[in-house]
Ligand binder design. Structure first.
Ligand code: PLP
Length: 504
């Protein structure tokens, strides 16, 4: 989109005026009936060419409004149904349990690297990456190319035949794992991966009970729903059996602050009080994602891993959000606490948006499942495998882990300075490009500023920044953009947040 159009939007010009403009250019080109596909395409083209012309005109003064960094990409004209029509279809034909992030919903029809475009061609800075899923960038050319190439050759076979993609991909993934984590299972979603990890833990140990954390999120299948530690994600029905939720080692809200070993003592209590003294395993993220970017208190995992193994269990690391260099300091989140798990689950960023997930474990644990067959129709599908391999290569060649460390540190510095200006910011936390900003009504009581969080998010969206929110009270901004998010993007986000908070 041209500079003019961005200034036009950043000035807060309404959709109505934009539509009037479309009508004007449509008429000028002799296009009648703006509701038809052809008419709308032509109008979009007319607006694009007109905006390109107008961008050469002197810039409109927009001192008060932060300006999104320039980006050389022109979105394709959109010719599908309007946002209102899509909303109505969704209400009629999709699940009533679905939720939208904004009061005035955004419709996204195109993406390029860290930017998204709505049906009118308006550009947004994407600071949430399709819920931490677009790791290396929307439609990253190398990933798209790998997918397209495989798509022309062979789309599907299943593992009943040999295929090079899945085998080479498993090796590429295993090469990036520490210790003896060398056996890979491919599945389609994070929930499936966690279900499988828990099944492996139970088969290998012969035990049943699993320790998980309050405030955790590991998926929406019946099994994983039981592991979740937030009422928001639990249907009122039995959700798997044998899950026990330990105190959350949350440095900001937890009872022992950042004292990991003190929280770990609760796991020992739980093992002796709620289980037969023997457990199948323990599952946790190193930075809780859905829970609101909560890093586990320092020194927690090493103590807990010792206790779990002492009680006959295995340790599962959920790397669905923290993996692939996002946290900046390490490739895998668990490395931040200096531990090596027995089973690792991954999804989301692994496929940059492809339906792809994996479980990686040791040959010994994998052997426990080998007395029966294992089959997953789409797991390791050639197209997904080709895309997944390309993601791994891009993370390495574009040095995304280092980039997350650098841009993340800059963003934390700027957000911390913003917290000094606005009392409503209670906490800035996280690592790399997996950050949380928690809003509170009072820094002492930490009363969640839930309504204000939604208002700031809506206002930031109106200024062109899309963020996520999470935490049990929905009062934490989740900033987890595609990993190509730049320093300039970070500055823009902070300026927009500053303005949105000032307007409360
Ligand atoms: C940490 C974590 N684990 C597991 C899942 C479940 O993944 P999926 O939605 O692909 O089933 C999620 C999804 O948000 C997640 O954040």
């Amino acid at each position: 989109m041209s500079r003019f159009t961005e200034q036009y939007y950043s000035k807060g010009v309404s959709g109505l005026r934009e539509r009037k403009m479309a009508g004007f250019f449509g008429k000028a080109l002799g296009v009648t009936g703006g509701n038809g596909l052809l008419g709308r395409n032509l109008m979009s083209q007319a607006i694009n060419s007109c905006c390109a012309f107008m961008s050469s005109m002197p810039a409109v003064n927009s001192t008060a409004m932060p300006r999104m960094p320039d980006f050389a990409h022109t979105p394709a004209p959109y010719g599908g149904p309007s946002a209102e029509e899509v909303l109505s279809l969704r209400k009629q034909f999709l699940s009533p349990s679905l939720f939208l992030h904004f009061k005035k919903p955004v419709m996204i029809v195109e993406g390029k690297m860290q930017y998204l475009y709505d049906e009118r061609g308006r550009r947004y800075l994407d600071a949430f990456a399709g819920i931490v899923t677009v790791s290396v960038g929307h439609c990253h050319p190398a990933v798209t190319e790998a997918i397209n190439r495989q798509n022309q050759l062979l789309q599907h076979t299943t593992t009943i035949y040999l295929n090079n993609q899945v085998a080479e991909y498993a090796k590429d993934l295993a090469d990036r794992m520490p210790g003896n984590l060398k056996v890979v299972y491919f599945v389609n979603s994070g929930s499936e991966a966690n279900d499988m990890a828990i099944m492996l833990a139970r088969l290998y140990t012969g035990n049943w009970d699993v320790i998980c954390l309050r405030n955790a999120y590991h998926g929406m299948s019946i099994g994983t729903m039981g592991t979740c530690g937030q009422h928001t994600w639990k249907q009122p029905m039995p959700q798997g059996f044998g899950y026990h939720h330990a105190l959350n080692p949350d440095p900001y809200r937890g009872v022992y602050g950042d004292d990991g070993p003190r929280y770990a003592a609760d796991v020992a209590d739980l093992i002796s009080a709620a289980t037969p003294g023997q457990v199948a395993g323990f599952v946790a993220e190193t930075i809780q994602g859905v829970g609101g970017a909560v890093p586990l208190a320092a020194g927690y995992l090493p103590e807990v891993y010792k206790m779990i193994r002492g009680a006959g269990g295995v340790c599962i690391a959920d790397e669905v959000q923290t993996g692939f260099g996002r946290t900046g300091s390490h490739y895998w989140g668990f490395q931040r606490q200096g531990v090596i798990p027995d089973i690792v689950t991954m999804a989301k960023g692994i496929g940059n948006g492809l339906p792809l997930a994996a479980v990686v474990t040791t040959p010994e644990i994998a052997a426990s499942m080998a007395s029966r067959l294992h089959f997953n129709t789409y797991g390791g599908n050639p197209v997904c495998s080709a895309g997944g391999r390309a993601v791994l290569q891009v993370v390495d060649t574009e040095r995304r882990q280092q980039h997350c460390a650098e841009v993340g540190a800059h963003l934390v510095e700027r957000l911390t300075a913003l917290a000094a200006k606005h009392d409503i910011i209670g906490d800035v936390r996280g690592a790399g490009l997996m950050l949380g900003v928690e809003l509170v009504k009072d820094r002492k009581t930490k009363e969640p500023a839930k309504v204000e969080t939604a208002a700031v998010m809506e206002s930031m969206k109106d200024m062109g920044v899309l963020m996520g929110k999470g935490g049990l009270h929905g009062n934490v901004f989740r900033i987890k953009p595609p990993m190509c998010f730049s320093r300039k993007d970070a500055d823009f986000l902070v300026e927009v947040m500053d303005l949105a908070i000032s307007r409360l």
